[in-house]
Design a protein around this ligand. Sequence first.
Ligand SMILES: Cc1ncc(COP(=O)(O)O)c(C=O)c1O
Length: 420
Amino acid sequence: MDRRQFLTSSALFAGLSMAGIPAMSFANTPRAADDEDFWRIIQGEYDVTGDIVNMEAGYWGIMSIPVTQAYIQHTHFVNQNSSYYARRLYRDDYNKIIARVAKKLGVGEDEIELTRNATEALQCLINGYNKLKEGDTVIYADLDYGSMQSEMRYLKDYRKVNVVAIAMPEPASYENVIAAYKKALDDHPKCKMMLMTHISNRTGLITPVKEIAAMAKARGVDVILDAAHSWGQYDFDFQDLGVDFVGFNLHKWIGVPLGVGMMYIRKNRIHDIDPFRGQAGASSDDVRMRVHTGTMNFAAVLSIPDALDFRENIGQKNITGRLRYLRNQWVNQVIDNKNVEILTPQDERMYAAITSFRIKGKTSREENMDLMKTLTDKYGIFTTTMGSINSGSGIRVSPALYNSKEDANKLAAAINDIAG
Ligand SMILES: Cc1ncc(COP(=O)(O)O)c(C=O)c1O
């Protein structure tokens, strides 16, 4: 029995709907972000605990019900067929999945490889980038993800380069972020490679990648892009960004089961990333030799098309509109409160779902741990403290499609209540 036959005939799962085949597709229909009747249907596609309002989708994305069902089916199938499936049939499924993902991003099938998460992809890219010579400079920003900053610092010993950390401006604006990178490049003419984060995990800031990457390229500086949070959170044309090395997550905003990320290397740049520790000779031009995951969660990989179906049926523009609407819904109710600081710019080019705030003057981690606890215990809203930015700590809020307008209102009322 092949996998599709199994999926459609399994008695165990009879009665469950097939993932990605909802009654209607909304993708080509623009949906108002405040069309609560429509978005209630989408909310109904998520089975989320009623014990707490979860506005911490930034950690990873809850799967929709159709994706969960498909994942259960794939898990059952993989478990039943075990190594027979993995050794005989998986490669064909994998190739089809790669083809679909590549088409979606507008890249070649030989330019991407699945990983277990964005961390794995980015570690291999940062470590594997082999164009550095002793005495060169690499740059990262203090707003980059902590473990990627460490990975960049590791290059000091590993590649014998100068590692420079720049401070992102606060408050950030489109112009001052570009200016900060320009200054960094001006100040460090020996820079050869730069880490950039597309959407910050701390503040939700969207970096103007296209402009900065073009500026870097003109000076012969390569960008390694951390896109752990961006794919799926907002709509952008990937090719338009003009970056050659990227680490993605599929288990955050694409809504794939936990355990799937992706590496992208532009075809003509493949030799600038070392094959993974002896995996192949330096002449190998196979992207799959740039990371070694070991055994992947096959069922999670098989769920990628189901997650893409689900999202495509809603439409990325509709999804982005709704996420921004939920964000604006709480932010607009607290932004005029003089005791509240919004730590993410109001410029629509610079935010999507995630935005952070603090109660004015409360900058320590402890104060924000207390605030997170109060929001959870007293108001029933789950958020998280964010890692510090220069001005201190705060609370990160990340709504998702399963949140309602009422959830955002509840958060705004809680913040105003606490802030006074
Ligand atoms: C900006 C950023 N980069 C990288 C990562 C790593 O993602 P993962 O833990 O899924 O590998 C995260 C995780 O939250 C992140 O926010």
